[in-house]
Ligand binder design. Sequence first.
Ligand code: SAH
Ligand code: SF4
Ligand code: F3S
Length: 472
Amino acid sequence: MMPSLKDARKRSSKQVLIKDHAYKLTDIQKQLGVNKKFFIKTYGCQMNEHDSENIKAILEDMSFEQTDDYMNADLILLNTCSIRENANNKVFGFLGRIKNLKEKKPNLIIGLCGCMVQEEVVINKILDKYKWLDLVFGTHNIHELPQVLEKTIKDKTLQIEVMSIEGDIIENVPVKRDSKYKAWINIMYGCDKFCTYCIVPYTRGKQRSRKPEYILNEVKELIKEGYQEVTLLGQNVNAYGKDLNINYGLENLLEDVAKTKIPRIRFVTSHPWDFTDNMIKIIAKYDNIMPHIHLPLQSGSSEILKKMGRRYTKEQYIDLFTKIKQAMPYSSITTDIIVGFPNETEEDFKETLDVVEKCKFDSAFTFIFSKREGTPAAKMEDKISIDEKNKRLQKLNTLVNKYSKLANDSYLNKVVPVLIEGYSEKNNQYLMGYTDTMKLVNVKGNVTDIGKIVNVKITDVKTWSMDGEVVE
Ligand code: SAH
Ligand code: SF4
Ligand code: F3S
């Protein structure tokens, strides 16, 4: 099956089915990976990270063993992202580097999955220049990996299994989590917002919320296993439940998850469009719902926001921001910003800087607009040069960094709760973890602190991280 952009754009009224038994393995599939190793590289967002956790579990069900060294692998999988052009370029770059491995190891299987392969242009490019790949499977086909892989091994020909239209919700896919302390939980799949620049609604299909009982059961299982933190995942979690028609939204889900008493609850990503006062009330009410909100702004110009299809104005964004801060003065708010949307004027850009000045975000991911084929913005006229866009990005980053540092400064000498995740990657004399407000801290402490939420006194602050020490 090949992906079609035209089909991916459709939003069918077909009822989404919940399937508890769709993932199954034959005895042959369970043995396919005996004495074989797999390597997986993940690009993109948390959704992809979590998909990779599913893929790892499926491959282990098939008796494969994971390796961190692709030179040693019998199966190499790249779980790709297509949010911006350079995400795609990175994947093709990696493929270029591993092509010769295949010549040396004829039985090596190389596969692609994730958002990129949902793009028709990418599949055409694969059929044209990358026919030496062995398997390609889409974001809606993860549970079918055993069948596709079996076919690849048997037929020794390129297998492409990519559905354009989303499938049902598969509830029995296994998962092998990267962390023993914090877990991702999908609460919904897909996105119906169709922001004009964005490819996600095409690669991930229509919005499908998981039923609350499945999510709550997953949280309860995680508590039994000793997990300290869950992050509820969706492209637009504030719209959770709208497609279920049971009058149950994010505020209800957050409250029910809070009542399970799991120590920490996070949720990403919030779209301002669906953020209600009730949600703010619930987030403020429960101590185990973390006071951190990722609230993408995208642009500060109401004119550009309109062209982006974001459905809020600059003023409405600032109002919402202010309401959240009033309800939770201690909370941190982070954002995403795009510069250089087609024909963004200097004035438009100044509006963006103005919002940053007013909101003083704790941090921001900033991007230059990237044309994604098939999206409405890709067809918009654009007279702004890439040089100009780069200049704007730098100017924006300077301002964003100033406020990140300022926000961090206010933590100096304070004692804050940190979930210690393990050793710091940069310096293994230190442990690392995140505060309730999602600040990265390098911590002086004991091995016995790993996996616990401990009080940390902040002793030094930088733009991107802080240092601290465990206090009793
Ligand atoms: N669902 C999330 C966003 C997921 S993509 C939301 O709506 O907030 C993460 C970020 O990538 C977006 O917030 C946006 O800032 C950026 N992005 C998406 N498409 C882009 C494009 N075509 N060019 C540049 N940045 C883009
Ligand atoms: Fe993309 Fe907009 Fe959906 Fe976010 S809400 S995934 S930016 S279409
Ligand atoms: Fe990328 Fe797909 Fe996530 S395009 S950002 S991996 S939803």
